[in-house]
Design a protein around this ligand. Structure first.
Ligand code: GLC
Length: 485
């Protein structure tokens, strides 16, 4: 019987508490001080978001409320037309207490100091998810109703719903601008961020106090985003077949191979890897590009946010069952499968040693992903899978000193550059344990599927907006729809 590690996880989180003016406002990313020159002594927004449920469930709501307020005050407020300053609405990747002329203040890092200067696209989304979880856990709607919180939500919507050069409902994101914050070929329209965006729009529609234009815009974008992701990212055997047979280089509205993906780009592993009754959302779709890699966070978030429907979910769980050793294994869970190797690794990662094949972001395993796995498996009624994953984690977490990540495909070891005593590894573990004890805990991060009742085929008009019920029923118009059994 594996030991109950909750006490240890709490010891870790307690040591990581970050205090400001006498109150806790978050946790350090890690309390392993082997590398003080790095920023693990900051509180990261995405990391604390995964620790927040542990605090909320223990009734420590104050730390979460103060964290939310701190980030809100660090949100960039001004329209700037100057490079090198965060754009209005942006929230920092991380923050730390500092002194300015002797006065205590919080200093946010929006990417100006981070390795490779990557700007976080995802902080605004994690903040919204945390605000929603806080509201659900405490029943306190007053916080979100405060004018400064409402304004903050509107600023996030303004930032993320604004016009770009693209005519897609997905969000265009730069390389390394989210949990995967080094080069890995994840620029463009990565599923990981689109699923977070979807979750956040759902959260915003719940948290916005009045109706009005931002609510309407969010709902419209949700509709279009759902349609786009389900239609173009979902892949199963039927979809692969269509990809292979659809004509390329077609102009006009009737083009079935909308993104002009060449079947020669389908990697060899895909066919045999997808179980007959399985399917998953591919990592990225754009002009002439389908990234076939399986990204855990995006797929799991698609389930918990109701982006996918029960049939997708069943098929996704089949993928996990079929590939348990590769995707979960002894050190749950693998962040992406497969790894980039050889020339692809050199060209795409920039020969990044930390991201060598099956290491770190490039196919390493991250205990913090227990958070996403917990919500998704509960949403699918697959507590059995969660139990297995948690039991595996319990065999290793203590002995390995709560590592940030593991390297290796078959015999994973704590990563070469992995911090020990990583806060979100402990936070995610505590949340997964709580979900196993009481499935309703997952409601903090869950939505019912089918936000849009009508999943009729739509087609892109000249302006890119899908038209409800606009035909397209001909065979081969989908790139991987859910097939009837
Ligand atoms: C690394 C991870 C990032 C995380 C940060 C703090 O930079 O790539 O996702 O937020 O460490 O733990």
């Amino acid at each position: 019987m594996a030991p109950d590690l909750r006490e240890q996880a709490w010891d870790l989180l307690n040591r990581a508490r970050l205090s400001f003016e006498g109150h806790d406002i978050g946790v350090l990313a890690s309390t392993d001080d082997a590398h003080p020159e790095l920023n693990y002594g900051h509180c990261f927004v995405r990391d604390f978001a995964l620790c927040a449920p542990a605090f909320l469930l223990r009734g420590e709501t104050d730390i979460v409320r103060r964290f939310l307020a701190a980030i809100l005050h660090l949100q960039a407020q001004e329209e700037v037309f100057e490079a090198f300053r965060p754009h209005k609405g942006l929230m920092p990747a991380s923050f730390r207490p500092e002194k300015l002329h002797g006065w205590p203040m919080l200093e946010g890092d929006y990417g100006e100091e981070s390795i490779a200067r990557v700007t976080p696209v995802d902080s605004v989304f994690w903040w919204l998810l945390t605000l929603r979880a806080y509201t659900r856990a405490t029943g306190d709607r007053e916080l979100a109703r405060m004018e400064e919180f409402q304004r903050s939500i509107r600023l996030i919507l303004e930032l993320t719903l604004q016009g770009t050069f693209e005519i897609f409902p997905t969000l265009l994101v730069p390389e390394g601008s989210f949990m995967i914050d080094r080069r890995l070929g994840v620029y463009g329209h990565p599923l990981e961020v689109q699923a977070l965006f979807f979750a956040s729009l759902r959260a915003a529609t719940e948290l916005l106090d009045d109706g009005g234009e931002w609510l309407d815009r969010s709902q419209e974008r949700l509709r279009n985003l759902e349609h786009h992701i389900v239609r173009y990212y979902w892949l199963n055997h039927a979809g692969l077949e269509e990809l292979r047979t659809q004509p390329r280089d077609r102009y006009g509205e009737d083009a079935a191979n909308v993104f002009n993906v060449f079947h020669e780009s389908i990697p060899e592993w895909v066919d045999a890897w997808i179980p007959e009754d399985g399917g998953y959302f591919v990592g990225n779709v754009g002009p002439g590009r389908m990234d076939f890699r399986f990204f855990a966070q995006g797929n799991l978030l698609a389930i918990s946010t109701g982006l996918s429907d029960p049939e997708h979910n069943r098929r996704l769980m089949r993928v996990y069952e079929e590939h348990w050793d590769e995707l979960v294994g002894a050190t749950p869970l693998r962040i992406v499968y497969p790894a980039l190797e050889g020339e692809a690794w050199r060209a795409i990662t920039g020969a990044d040693e930390k991201n060598r094949p099956w290491a770190y972001h490039n196919g390493g395993s991250w205990p913090c992903l227990l958070w996403s796995f917990a919500t998704a498996t509960i949403a699918c009624g697959r507590q059995d899978l969660l139990e297995r994953a948690v039991a595996a984690a319990e065999e290793r977490l203590e002995a390995d000193a709560w590592p940030e990540y593991y390297d290796g495909l078959h015999d994973p070891r704590p990563g070469a550059g992995s911090r020990r005593f990583q806060s979100w590894s402990a936070g995610a573990y505590l949340y997964a344990k709580a979900c196993l004890e009481d499935a309703s805990v997952a409601d903090l991060y869950r939505w019912e599927p089918n936000v849009q009742p009508e999943r009729a085929e739509r087609r892109h008009t000249r302006t890119g907006a899908p038209e409800a019920g606009a035909g397209e029923s001909r065979a081969g118009s989908r790139q991987g729809g859910v097939e009837p059994e």
